[in-house]
Unconditional design. Structure first.
Lengths: 182, 219
């Protein structure tokens, strides 16, 4: 590409503000600006416009929505036929319900706190099944063991083996963290 | 950890959450909403300048996104995909009542929304400049304003903007150049000139009205 015309230099000036020029293009622009006062002034104006636009944009960065927004979207989504269809097609598989409940727990600090109060692994699993059932998720403690066992050795573990995997009944929190990875 | 923090910091990728949502896990879609709601809302607000309408449009955007989740192929980022949906909503909103293009959100209101109303660093002169910038953007033809917001504000690549708008990348560049030139002229009309270090200051004389001519040329 030869020397730039003023029109091309205008376009290159704009692209340069976005880091959109190659090295060669940058050289061509610099050469043009060095000998064209009109384009230098235009470049200066564009840079100032961009700086001001950036400052305006920073004001918007402080604007945010509250938690009521997601609740409104959730309610609207649940009213759609697509939601019911997708939910229905996934129903009946305990492992899917368990995974869905895992995500619910991961996103709910109150649920996690309740679960951490369990005194033993067995009571933790019973509580997990109970809380899941209260929220409409159908799975058993066997499904829970199966999921964790599959992660350990792709086989179902006994309670004792399960304890060993998670490092004993004192490791409720660790168990919960591992569980929430699924 | 707050829910919003969890959604932001969750190890699950957008793509994984989309797949789970398509397979019936609406909670995963909620995580996507929490993760992207502010970006979508701000993008819409920059375009429509009306806080309540922007919130309604953001809600419509997420509902449409949910309905069309199986169509998300992951070619672009999920947030870029969302902004494409939001842009269509914005166009419909403006087309239904073209005068909405000239909604003006005052800088004071913007500061209030952003929680910076008492910030002494935003002095009167700066407010005047920011207001001029906002009003100048409102006067741009919609196709130029959208590109300016997508590239200069949202930092979306030329390639992705071209995909969102369905136009060649060269057109993105030339429209962006045009938008910047028109804004520069708008400032000059208001007696504001660049100082050479990326900022504007007030001039003493009244320059000619050139933006109107550029509008005519663009149209």
């Amino acid at each position: 590409m030869g020397a730039l015309s003023c029109d091309e230099a205008g376009l290159f000036s704009s692209c340069s503000l976005d880091g959109g020029l190659s090295k060669d293009e940058t050289k061509l622009l610099s050469a043009h600006l060095a000998q064209c006062g009109h384009c230098r002034a235009r470049m200066e104006a564009m840079a100032a416009v961009d700086t001001l636009a950036g400052e305006l944009n920073r004001l918007y960065q402080g604007v945010s929505l509250d938690s009521a927004f997601v609740q409104k979207v959730e309610a609207a989504v649940r009213a759609t036929p697509e939601y019911r269809w997708r939910r229905a097609s996934a129903e009946g598989r305990p492992e899917d319900d368990l995974r869905r409940f895992n995500r619910r727990v991961a996103n709910d600090a109150v649920l996690r706190q309740k679960l951490k109060t369990a005194a033993s692994l067995e009571s933790f699993m019973n509580l997990y099944v109970q809380l899941g059932g209260e929220q409409g998720f159908r799975f058993t403690d066997m499904d829970l063991k199966r999921l964790m066992g599959a992660a350990a050795n792709d086989k179902e573990l006994s309670d004792v083996e399960l304890d060993a995997v998670v490092g004993g009944t004192d490791s409720i929190e660790q168990f919960l963290n591992d569980l929430l990875k699924f | 950890m707050k829910e919003a923090d969890f959604a932001t910091e969750s190890a699950l990728s957008d793509q994984a959450l989309v797949e789970a949502a398509v397979n019936g896990d609406a909670d995963c879609f909620s995580l996507l909403v929490v993760r992207h709601q502010n970006r979508v809302y701000r993008f819409i607000l920059k375009n429509v300048n009306h806080a309540a309408d922007a919130q309604d449009l953001a809600q419509d955007t997420f509902i449409e996104a949910y309905l069309n989740l199986p169509g998300f192929r992951g070619d672009s980022g999920f947030s870029t995909w969302l902004l494409g949906i939001a842009l269509n909503r914005i166009r419909n909103y403006v087309n239904r009542a073209p005068e909405r293009r000239f909604n003006h959100v005052s800088v004071d209101l913007l500061c209030e929304l952003a929680g910076t109303i008492d910030n002494p660093s935003i002095v009167l002169e700066k407010r005047e400049l920011l207001l001029a910038a906002r009003q100048g953007m409102d006067r741009l033809p919609p196709d130029l304003r959208q590109i300016l917001i997508l590239v200069s504000f949202e930092k979306i690549s030329y390639k992705e903007v071209a995909e969102i708008l369905g136009i060649p990348m060269g057109t993105v560049k030339s429209r962006l150049n045009r938008a910047r030139e028109m804004l520069g002229l708008y400032f000059r009309e208001r007696g504001l000139s660049p100082l050479g270090d990326g900022i504007f200051a007030r001039e003493s004389c009244d320059p000619p009205d050139e933006m109107q001519n550029l509008h005519a040329e663009h149209e």
